[in-house]
Design a protein around this ligand. Sequence first.
Ligand SMILES: Nc1nc2c(ncn2[C@@H]2O[C@H](COP(=O)(O)OP(=O)(O)O)[C@@H](O)[C@H]2O)c(=O)[nH]1
Ligand SMILES: [Mg+2]
Length: 355
Amino acid sequence: MRVAMIGPPYSGKTTLFAAIAEAGGSKVDVSRPDQPHLAVVKVPDERLRWLTGIYKPQKEVPAEIELLDMPGVDLADAVAREHWRRHWAQVRDCGLVVMVVREFEDDSVPAYRNRIDPAGDAGELRAEMLFADLEQVTSRIEKLEAQLKKPANHDATQRELELMARLREALEQEKPINQAVHNEAEGKLLRSFAFLSGRNHVVVLNCDESHAGQAPQPVAGLEAIRLSARIEEEIAQLDVADRTAFLADLGLTAPARDRLLRECYHKLGLVTMFTVGEDECRAWTLPAGTDAVNAAGAIHSDIARGFIRAETMTHEDLHAAKGDEKAVRAAGKLRLEGKQYIIKDGDIVNFRFNV
Ligand SMILES: Nc1nc2c(ncn2[C@@H]2O[C@H](COP(=O)(O)OP(=O)(O)O)[C@@H](O)[C@H]2O)c(=O)[nH]1
Ligand SMILES: [Mg+2]
């Protein structure tokens, strides 16, 4: 699962990206500001840390997501804006878009980019996404109209053309794609286009160091996370042992990185299933709504094929029993679930199978 970070130039995307990657222990090369940067980052999870403390496995395996740091979208410059369009395909491949907008003052930012207008920036980015969708819809309409001129059965083409015409009308009125989709069949037809508007977005307000603890207001109607990329950068450079004291000095309890990654995970529609044991404690990333047999398949196809039962307890119940599995069982809170059981976030599962 991949998350794209976009925003105007000098909003602090690369600073934040490098800080997040480095705090998670991966080195990244960000020497080319005109190129996208990609990193695999571990999703921080207190629950997994706690399980590791209980089971003392040889290995702890956290959930991961991919972060893609895009070059700045320069909407003020017509040539740069045109040039940037080739990047949208890469953003479309991502499950989520994080818009990073500037709220900090810094002398190193060139004067032409020196406005501070987070709502304006986020609004313009959103308008640009609508525009990118409109371009895609328009070129699809042209292709479908060309098809109609050839002799063939045109039922499907005609239906798609009607849908695309409706989408074009919505986009021209600056409405996102999803507002013009009427049913599941249409949604399915559109999935492969991976339109940008009407999806979940996350807004990051990159603020001055002194404001990092303040709760944000919604930005351009979107929920926002306020953080300072500069602070995250400094945290990443500290030893893990020194981080808590550094944060406390700033009146903070945890790095914003944790909050941001959890929020991305949530907005991507993912849930975490845990498996525990002496060899490893592991967080598995599943799309919300995954049933037990498919969750088993995510671990190994043999486990899905020979599926008998999913022995399941919640993280809360194990926590309440202070990590004593036997006590959870004695309290009747260890469930034997079948193939159709829908895995919940925080479930600790032991698959019984037979091959
Ligand atoms: N004071 C301050 N400066 C920042 C912050 N984030 C980024 N900057 C500075 O702003 C400039 C642009 O940052 P960069 O991460 O390259 O922006 P990008 O173009 O969005 O990737 C750099 O000089 C950064 O050091 C921040 O949170 N606080
Ligand atoms: Mg950058």
